[in-house]
Write a new protein. Sequence first.
Lengths: 418, 408
Amino acid sequence: MTGTLPDGPLEGLRVIEVGDRGEIAGKLLADAGVDLIRVEPPEGARSRGLPPFVDDDPAQTSLSYAARNTSKRSVTLDLAAPGAGELWAKLVARSDVVIDSHPPTVLDELAAGWDAVGHERLIWCAVTPFGREGPRRDWLAPDLVGVALGGPMMSTGYDDHDLPPIRADGEHSMAMSNEYAVGAILAALWQRDALGGPGQLVDLSIHESISATVEGAFPNWEYLGKLVQRQTGRHSSPDPHPRWQYCCADGNYILLMGGGIPRDRRYWEQLLDWMDEHEAASDLRDPKYIEVLYTDPRLEPEIRGHVAETIGAFVQLLDAETVYRRGQSMHLPWGRVRRPEENLDDPHWADRGFFWEGELPGHPEPVRYPGAPYRFTESPVRLRRRPPLLGEHNHEVYIDELGLSVDEYKALAAAIHG
Amino acid sequence: MTDQAPLPLEGVRITDFSWIVAGPQATRICADLGAEVIKVENESHLDSIRLGLPQPDIEPSYNSSGFHSNLNRNKLSITANIHHPGGREVVERLIAVSDVVIENYSAGAFSRMGFDYERLRELRPDIIYVSLSGFGHLGRDASYVTWGPTAQAVSGCTQMSGLPDQDPAGWGYSYLDHSAGYYGSIAVLMALHHRARTGQGQHVDMAQIETGMVLCGVPMLDYQVNGRAYERVGNRSRYPAIAPHNTYRCEGDDRWIAIVAETQEQWTTLCDVLGLDCDDDPRFADNESRKQNEDALDATIDAATRGHDPVDLMLALQARGVPAGLCQRSDDKMERDPQLAARDFYPTATHPVLGEHRFEGYPVHFSNARWRLDGGAPLFGGDNHDVLTRLLGYSDDEVATLLAEAAI
């Protein structure tokens, strides 16, 4: 609790996060106000060793860690070390939730898993690549392999199928699975607190989370027996359709949803007027086009294709920001293909308070962290703490909160500090 | 999951004005977990997904889309005309007995329908109102409009997908409709927890583009701290800098396998399985040299995988502890993935028009709860009578009158 700022929506809950694939789930809960303790091995969580680093210096803070560990506290503990089990059990005993993203049997083999330390009110969420059961339970699936098996890659890539299916950068397997994990944890807490239910084991499969996130590929196969084909910069489809994405005059790309044809005919005239300013309307004022465009969108694909190509040729005459802003002024769902950092200085996000200014260890200036994917108006989700240093809260948690004496703490030094 | 286990969100009621994909994805999760989700629909603002992916053997109607059925299973549907006083009263009575109202119209549309947050609070003082628009309700560009691909473009997600020497590949579907839906379900649940603790409802103002920007945190920090602009990496890995880490072509039509070697042992095992003799090749001696010679490395592996069946190769590599995965199509996942089958990930349910079909599962097994698949999407207005009489206190005669006046 910082000063008089209002509580977050999840104030009062205690969560332990352990393992390397639950970082986003932990962050979502921590930013929303839970007291989240990340239990790291003495050498630090995997992401602390991942580039990029502050000043590109591996001895400095990892930005991969910083981006996914805001608002958390950090303690260190080697769960396999003598004496660690008792401390771990004490941590778990006072918690509402454990997020465990170790491979399926790791903590069970240390007698530190759900069966050994779970309690009546505990929600234990196991985030594993394939779930806790099944023939492929122990397969290895780093992000690329997970996204390949789950299906998004075969929907994503280029018109030219000599080029491979593409995995988007950014560890989306963690994002998708962790989003489902947070929903499942909050639902299990609701069952416990609102319905008077027990705690429980929540067994989440990353493979299933990805597999559920493919949109049209599922119904095309189940209902039509068709496989979707990947296309450059637009939806995959069983049958090819015209481009949606063009490189503008300034070298930036623009996305014209659906090929750029206004869905609402009110904006067709406005678009033609704009194209006329650049003598780029070609033959589109011929009434035969408007007769076709506002009928069933599956009809007359050649005519629609010609219109889309003409709009596409037009936008290549301008710079992408102009196309984006003027298109949106006539309610066209067009978007400039921005690099992530280009959003930092868009004043719309400042209006909304999206970015959170905060400290980043090792960097002299405050940075702007991407904020929350939702703006709570009464119980703000916000940056509650900068990302923790490794083991920064060992004393605070083990001595002040769990009640270890200084001598007991020293006796556990090997388990805590490695 | 047993049929006897409780549904964790039993007793939560959601009035659902959402349409297309993002909002329905949010309420799909709530409904799967037991919330009573009541879709408020009308022909004047028809959810166009009800017409999506028509099947040649089924008469087109508002009830003939499998795409829609998968997204809207377990929900109820009423059709209320808010421009008719009687229809409007139906909606207002429903809001008054709901915990949550959710909509994903463009900003401003819902208040033009007469339902801003203040009005919702008059109807139900502790209401939770979740709005999910492209740019949010607050901010100078709030009137801008998005579909999933628009949001992907502006957020940075599109730029972060693709080969460095090609156009951005983006995502081959509206990823941010699903991701925004997942965050929407989280917002509903967080707001319910807050209300349970404090008695306070609230408006949660979501912007689809923000649900994409939260996925781009590392490059945003890298730019601020190190001044580095984002550059695409294809299927290679920049963080951590390991190689091999890519997709390789296999035997068959457009078949690809993803292979990652995170350790030296995995690399030597990969060479063994592929029959590559790289022991004396200094370019590939360790991870650092492999990363420096990644073009040659990938070409060498690709030449070797082309002669392999991708499934056999995946099985051989995983059996020896090398991360490898077929780039699976829907038929691979739904007909030939033993893990998804073992966990019953595609259960079946019957829809009155579409018949018996498989549905995408919910990716969690609970030890003391279940998720449900009670049936496909509701028929358009199929629950008018049930909802009006059971929940809203209308008599059979009153329902008949409302129907006759086209209020519902």
